[in-house]
Structure formats: C-alpha cells, structure tokens
Design a protein. Structure first.
Length: 306
C-alpha cells in the first residue's frame, strides 16, 4: 500500500480548479481562502512528485497527467458521495438535502407549483435548486455537483436513469394581427424562416423547436438571439418576428399584458418531453422516482388550475 493517500479535500480543490479555471473562483466554490486551496494542490503535487497544474499570472493550465488525475478525482468524489447517499436512502425517503438543476425554460413555469407541494408533503426535505442550461446541468450531474436534473428531452444526457413527467406541446407565437386571421394550428411550412426568433445556443428548446419543424432552412435562416423566453416574448410583442413557446410557459402567463397570439404547432413531434434524470445506478433511485411523481402531480394540478 502506498505510504501516501490524497485527501478528499485535496481532490476537491483540484476538481474545483479544473471546473473554474481560476484559483480565486475555485477557492470560493470550496469555501476556503485562495492560499489554502493553492497550498493543498501544491502539497498534493509535492507528495506524488508530479506537476498537475502549470501556473502563470494569467492562465491555469492542467498537464496531461493532471487531466487524468482530475478524471479520477471526479470518480472518487462521486463514489464517496454515493456512499453517503446510501446511508441517507436507508432512512426516511426524501429527507435531508437534495440538489436539483432546472433548465431556464422550465424553472419559472413549473417550480411555483412544485415548491409548495414539496414543502407540504416532504417538510424534512431541503431542496436546493440551481438554474442552468441543459449542457451545464448535465455536466453538474456528471461531476456530482447536483443529484438530479429537471430538463426536456431529447437531449444527450449520457449514462442516466430518467422518469418522463409529461409532454409539453409547442406553440407558434406571433404579433397581433400578423397574420390577421390566424389559423387554429400552424404547420411548419407556414413559418417564415426569415422572421423566426429562437433562443441562442445552449438552450435545448431551440433544438426541440427546429426538430419539430423538420425544416433545414429554419436552422439556417432563423435568428438565434434570445437569452430567455421572456426576452423573445418582448421582441415578438414589438413586431420583430415570431417565435415558438412551450405550452407550460403560456399556461403560466408569459403572454400576459401582451398582444401576442399563439397557436399550436401541428407536426408529428410538436412537443418536448419534460423529465427528471439522475446518475445511473444511484443508491437514491427510489427517492428520485418518488420526486418524479411529486413533480408529475404538481404539473397536473397546475394544468387543472389553469
């Protein structure tokens, strides 16, 4: 057996530095001073006798071996976390801490129904939420920063388990009187690609909308500039174009105080699948499936109340 074993703290410091690429931000993420984090990494390097990080005044660059060590560190830290989760799961389900990432096109529309229900049904649960794009959320899940992710499928999530919650139909939203007599449904071929406004890269709703239309020219011609659904709605309300919105956003009042008309998109896959995903073979699998049912019920209650 080796006479020296890296500590969890040292591995956490190294993983945080890799994630943030900056000693100060990594230290803030670990709730320690920058000197403490730097000293911990230097001690790790000294004891294994290999440089892991090349330091300059402007750049933090990991060596090839440093990158390999970081990958190992992520796995070790994740295994340690799952060990703690096993003990927690053996007790009362959905008690203690649960960290969930939620994508921006879901968070403001579903969480108002979810959070009161969780507080009522699971008062011992401490649900910590972070809002981030689908790619960032899956990375957080992979590195163990969150326990589960609430997002829309399809999306490349890697090796995960999931529960489908519900289907969220897509609508086409356009300014008042444009067209003058809007049809009850909008087909993809009726969408003017030169006027279509979509969320910028990083938001999976953009890909879901384009996939539902199955028109390559839309991907080439549409303007990707919206940073949020609320931004897109303001642009459409000011006559700058048209966009696509999920039903949950419309149901929760995103078009209130606007002159926007919205009609269902009519195509074979004119919806997105809202799902809860978590790491495969997690010891908290039963808890996540229970949380999925709570989410499903909250969404159904919201639909009935709308």
């Amino acid at each position: 057996m080796s006479s020296y074993m890296p500590t969890f703290k040292q591995l956490q410091y190294l993983a945080a530095l890799k994630e943030h690429g900056h000693f100060g931000r990594a230290a803030d993420a670990c709730f320690v001073t920058q000197s403490t984090l730097s000293a911990g990494i230097r001690e790790l390097e000294s004891l294994i006798g290999i440089t892991l990080v090349e330091r300059t005044r402007r750049v933090v660059r990991f060596t090839a071996f440093g990158n390999r060590i970081v990958e190992k560190a992520h796995r070790i830290l994740r295994e340690a976390e799952e060990l703690a989760e096993m003990a927690q799961a053996a007790g009362k389900p959905l008690a203690g801490e649960l960290r969930m990432s939620v994508i921006p096109t879901i968070a403001p529309f579903l969480l108002p129904q979810l959070l009161p229900k969780v507080r009522k049904e699971k008062p011992e649960l401490k649900l910590y939420l972070r809002e981030e794009t689908s790619h960032a959320a899956i990375e957080s899940l992979r590195h163990g920063h969150v326990d589960c992710v609430l997002l829309a499928l399809p999306f490349p999530c890697g090796d995960v388990d999931s529960e489908l919650l519900f289907q969220d139909p897509l609508f086409v939203a356009f300014p008042k009187d444009d067209p003058h007599n809007p049809p009850p449904f909008v087909t993809p071929d009726a969408i003017d690609e030169t006027r279509l406004l979509l969320l910028e890269d990083g938001h999976c709703l953009k890909d879901h909308a384009l996939a539902a239309c199955n028109r390559p020219d839309l991907r080439a011609e549409a303007t990707m500039m919206g940073t949020s659904l609320h931004t897109l709605v303001q642009m459409v309300d000011n006559g700058l174009g048209l966009t696509m919105l999920p039903q949950m956003a419309i149901r929760n009042g995103i078009l209130a105080n606007t002159d926007i008309a919205a009609r269902p998109l009519k195509s074979e896959h004119a919806y997105r699948d809202v799902a809860l995903v978590w790491r495969k073979n997690s010891p908290r699998d039963k808890e996540f499936r229970l949380m999925a049912q709570i989410l499903r019920d909250a969404a159904e209650e919201g639909r009935k109340a709308a």
